[in-house]
Design a protein around this ligand. Structure first.
Ligand code: SF4
Ligand code: SF4
Length: 368
């Protein structure tokens, strides 16, 4: 008898197919973009049930279909089962059967060879901030690949805000992109290397929502424990602010902003408040979008979707940008470089999109 990675989730798959409640349709970004049930969590559960019962064989069509999921977790928040975890397991089953996504294979190979999904990276950040980097510091700023190699203004802003910190000289992807595209063994290799590399620090801070979720939520699922405390930059900075080590000047007074909850930070780890507290501390007036916090719409970039279907990713991003524009805010703020990237691609010419770290860099003063 064949065994599959999704065998472990049979109960969850069958419970969904029996209940068929459909609560997961409303804000599934891929459903909103394509309009077919087959892309929703319920549709995916029906497909996996048919596969388990031998009624639907593995195929390239199934691999292509399951690749169209941002792993945003909206479906998890309405039915309390980690649905993307199940979809990732099925991506792995399809891969074992020989059906892969060519672009994801390429990314996997790049990470394997160069420890970053972005190929031959420009490593000039470390030398430019050498005056702040202290290799003996108990605090590590782990920028993650997107802030380090693509949305550098975010990494630079964080390096400006932190008085002193250590920084990894070498590229070292956390494995998130591999984990979310069905390469869990490869993600594990990458994760093990990072865990041993960061063992000596007391605190690891990252500006990337995806890295933060991977280190704090996915590594334990993979059986890995991290010794240091791991915080998202907004959590670290809000603590610094509350404990009086960071003062924020009211640079945002009189400015209306709206905040986009990154899926991996919000639904993925439950952190909704820290960014909002920081925005208010800087004097900004936060106007919520129609879908916020647990119900936030996805930016469209995650789960490897942007790398294989940029048109769909930006179409989803423009739905989010439209919501943001309807608030009347003059700025869309988020807390993840990947969200910044896709939302800017989707409509950044009509409404400025900025990472909260960039605002904090304009406002921060360190108290001795
Ligand atoms: S909300 Fe959950 S149980 Fe209901 S249809 Fe969607 S995946 Fe299935
Ligand atoms: S994780 Fe997001 S994109 Fe994927 S099925 Fe669930 S709601 Fe849709």
């Amino acid at each position: 008898m064949n065994t599959y990675h999704i065998d472990a989730y049979k109960d969850d798959i069958y419970t969904c197919v029996r209940s068929r409640c459909g609560f997961c349709f409303h804000a599934c970004p891929v459903f909103l973009s394509k309009g077919f049930e087959t892309y929703t969590s319920r549709g995916k559960c029906m497909i996996m049930k048919a596969f388990l019962e031998g009624k639907l064989p593995a195929s390239q069509g199934l691999a292509d279909r399951f690749a169209l999921c941002t792993t945003c977790g909206y479906c998890t928040s309405v039915c309390d089962v980690d649905r993307p975890e199940i979809f990732n397991a099925f991506r792995e089953d399809l891969r074992d059967a020989g059906y892969t996504i060519h672009r994801h294979d390429e990314i996997k190979e790049t990470v394997e060879k160069q420890h970053s999904p972005y190929g031959s990276p420009d490593e000039s950040l470390a030398s430019r901030f050498a005056w702040k980097i202290d290799h003996g510091s108990p605090l590590l700023y782990y920028a993650g690949c997107t802030a380090r190699y693509r949305e550098r203004a975010i990494a630079e802003a964080m390096m400006m805000v932190l008085p002193s910190f250590d920084f990894l000289e070498e590229a070292m992807c956390c494995g998130s992109v591999l984990y979310r595209t069905g390469y869990r063994d490869d993600a594990m290799r990458q994760a093990r290397a990072l865990v041993s590399r960061i063992e000596r620090y007391s605190t690891v801070v990252t500006t990337c929502a995806g890295c933060y979720k991977t280190l704090t939520r996915d590594y334990p699922v993979m059986g890995l424990q991290i010794r240091p405390e791991v915080l998202h930059s907004t959590q670290y900075l809000v603590r610094e602010y509350k404990e009086g080590r960071l003062a924020l000047s009211p640079v945002g007074k009189g400015t209306k902003v709206t905040y986009h909850d990154p899926c991996h930070l919000g639904r993925g780890t439950g952190e909704y408040d820290a960014p909002r507290i920081l925005l208010e501390a800087m004097g900004y007036e936060v106007i919520e979008m129609e879908h916020a916090r647990e119900m936030a719409l996805c930016c469209g970039a995650g789960g490897g979707l942007k790398s294989i279907n940029d048109t769909m990713a930006t179409r989803i991003g423009s739905m989010r940008m439209d919501e943001a524009k309807r608030t009347g805010a003059s700025l869309l703020v988020t807390a993840c470089p990947f969200c910044v990237r896709n939302l800017r691609d989707a409509g950044g010419s009509e409404l400025d999109v900025v990472d909260i770290t960039e605002l904090i860099a304009q406002s921060a003063r360190h108290e001795k």
